[in-house]
Write a protein that binds this ligand. Sequence first.
Ligand code: SAM
Ligand code: SF4
Length: 336
Amino acid sequence: MLADLYNRPIKDLRISVTDRCNFRCTYCMPLDEYEWINKKEILTFEEIARLATLLVRLGVEKIRLTGGEPLVRQNLDHLIAKLSAIDGLKDLCLTTNGALLNEKIDDLKRAGLKRINVSVDTLDAEKFKRMTKRGDLSKVLEGLFAAKRGGLHPIKLNTVVERGVNDDDIFDLVEFARDNGFAIRFIEYMDVGNSNNWTSEKLVSKKEILDKVRERFPLREVGRNNGSAPAVDYEFLDGQGDIGVIASVTEPFCSSCTRMRITADGKLVTCLFSHVGHDVKALMRRGATDQELVDFVTGIWKGRKDRYSADRWEALQSSSYAPRSRKKIEMISLGG
Ligand SMILES: C[S@@+](CC[C@H](N)C(=O)[O-])C[C@H]1O[C@@H](n2cnc3c(N)ncnc32)[C@H](O)[C@@H]1O
Ligand code: SF4
């Protein structure tokens, strides 16, 4: 088994298919001006599928497509068809802001997509526009229900909770999810990238989120799916669905992190908070054989010792954490 320096296997792969996005969520990428990756530097579907196939041979069981906004990449269904056909891959899913879901759902389904996560931080249309700087909530809801009608399952909502912004939307979102058969994942606000002006005051902790939910909806902890999923899951005691919380800040899960990432421009990255990527695209475009690519990936994984969130949590306890002291790769090119 391929394992890193902390004995963590490689099991999950997140692929950012584009750094472009039709939203500008204030917590992710609020900048209107940005140095976008040149189109010819973006991995082709053939390159992505080749890498994914090799990574599955090395142990990857699950692939998530993300971005940027993956649905702004033309013909994403063609990539989904290629990835769905990989022997040994157990799970393929997509994280999307949902704005283009309604128009693309049939193609995505036909290509083999079974499940999705859709990011929704509020059900208040005005607030939604403010948080995304340009999003139209009605389009996202249309997409969400089109996916439900199309039979995708499970459909999970992703909600980043930011203090003073949408922490008062927690009940409404839980109710909406329960009423419509969606699962919901609350995500602690993180200091991703370099532009979101994260401060610990804006963080609403997992404990606070759960205390709030429990005021109306009693819960029972289920645990982490496969022991290594980022979310800790909970069931409602009345049996009407489940929720999860991703507590990357207050309960770092670095010790069980099995994720490799590929950026839109073909860099392998071993942590969401990394500032370095390993240029596998350059190697491929120079004509590397499969074995050379496998050796490259293996070497990177074997040398992996990231534990950024665990270190951050220790630094936050002693108030010595400076989120902007180290330049990170932006979430939109890295893939959330
Ligand atoms: C970067 S997005 C990419 C996929 C797609 N555009 C979307 O929004 O779902 C992936 C996930 O990262 C989450 N995210 C972005 N910035 C975050 C932050 N600062 N803290 C926590 N989660 C964040 C988003 O809410 C989303 O669920
Ligand atoms: S990538 Fe996703 S989270 Fe980031 S700005 Fe776009 S829609 Fe928002």
